[in-house]
Design a protein around this ligand. Sequence first.
Ligand SMILES: *Cc1c(COP(=O)(O)O)cnc(C)c1O
Length: 402
Amino acid sequence: MHHFDPSTEIQDYLVFGEYGGVNPSITDSSTYTFLNPEKMKEMFDHEIEGCFLYSRHWNPTNKYLSDALAKLEDSEAAIVTASGMSAISCAILQICNTGDEIISSRTIYGGTYALFKNFLPRLGIKVNFVNEQDLGAIENAINSNTKIIYCEAVSNPLLEIADIPEISKTANAHNLKLIVDNTFSPISITPLQLGAHIVIHSLTKYINGTSDCTAGCVCSTKEFISELTHINSGASMLLGPALDSYRAASILKNLHTLHIRVKKHSENAMYVATELEKLGCKVFYPGLDSHSGKPLMTELMNEGFGYGGMLALDAGDEKTADTLMERLQANKVGYLAVSLGYFKTLFSSPGHSTSSEIPKEEQEKMGLSEGLVRMSIGLDNNIEKTFERIKLSLEEVGMLVF
Ligand SMILES: *Cc1c(COP(=O)(O)O)cnc(C)c1O
């Protein structure tokens, strides 16, 4: 186990409101006054600590949330954005020029995959998709144009664990930036301590936890965050994905319960995964002995938060998966919906988008079946009752006939 406790860092992050409120005041302004024109000119020349210019650049509420996220990821600095995708695109576009290349894990979030495969080539940025579990494949894909290695700490949808310490050795040897999307494993994995250079989150998922807004963040060095927010050349400033300050305020409040939620999500997912396996189902969960990533996750994770709230269940074929999801919803297990990290259980089929790059026979070897159902296990206190409903749904679609 890795010894770091992000929750203790956040526990010590106290900010007062304008009138001594226990929550910081929410910025209700897009623009900020200056005492004199000289000060304003100075601000355009270089940032002045504690001074605000315009809310697309920085606003006090977003700064509070960013500082708290820097605590979570043990980074020097952070910047929040209006979605996880904007955090990813800003980080990438800040680093890459036309002609540059990225090496990416082929098992990544569908939106990121589409950005890399369909959109970045329009800008002359090429992405090479590799099996991140194969360090040799990463090494082989590096050439003189490579700038970034990109992966997810816990991958989608089979929950494979990225060997961040080893991948970072390769990145450092070739002077590349290692960007890790840590959306699936906030608080339980701290990629920057394991050698990553930049961490991305979709705050939309676990960190906010209430599925009521989209938001994202980039955590990294002061230098990189300053580049991103630079008035004349920063991607977050110029592409403009500013998070609304009211949302930043509500996400900050939810961040303070993240440690409790992650523990409960993990506990419930471990229970469901174990019981599903007992029933003879094919289930992927990094906390199970049957999962190949368990030893690595055990080595990399911070103690006390478990193996996360995500699991994947193989229903065999697409049709069974579809009817199973309908039954799960009808039986009130949760919602047939994309996304994750909500207090209720969410389920969807990972689809064919991210897997299409992988040759069919290798998909089979990996266990990537058309019948895969991805579940984000919720916070139900009576998880036994929820599991009975899952079992009923499995019976209804004929998955428990032996
Ligand atoms: C959802 C998600 C994203 C994208 O975040 P949005 O907030 O939807 O823009 C990126 N990476 C992962 C792993 C995700 O789950």
